[in-house]
Design a protein around this ligand. Structure first.
Ligand code: SF4
Ligand code: SF4
Length: 82
């Protein structure tokens, strides 16, 4: 989990062009399964909701940034075209 946290910040703050590139290949939509939020202190696991949803960081709004972000999340509504 921490490796994903670090990877996302690496791409978000230092390699934004990669995020933009993969963003153009991203399809699908969030089905609000909450799997990508597990472990975050703002995630209400019981209600399966982000407690700060209207104020969530831009990096959360942009998830998934690169294919690796969802490689181990079964059922994410997003996909990346190769
Ligand atoms: S794992 Fe994917 S579908 Fe599920 S909440 Fe996160 S972005 Fe949305
Ligand atoms: S969307 Fe909310 S719960 Fe999910 S990682 Fe971001 S701040 Fe945490």
């Amino acid at each position: 989990m921490i490796d994903g946290w670090i990877r996302r910040r690496f791409f978000w703050y230092l390699r934004r062009e990669v995020v933009v590139e993969w963003g153009a290949r991203r399809t699908g939509r969030c089905n609000r399964c909450g799997r990508c939020c597990r472990g975050c202190p703002a995630f209400d696991a019981k209600g399966m909701l982000c407690r700060i949803y209207p104020l969530r960081p831009e990096i959360c709004k942009a998830f998934p940034l690169v294919p690796k972000d969802i490689a181990e999340i079964e059922g994410c509504g997003y996909e990346f075209r190769p």
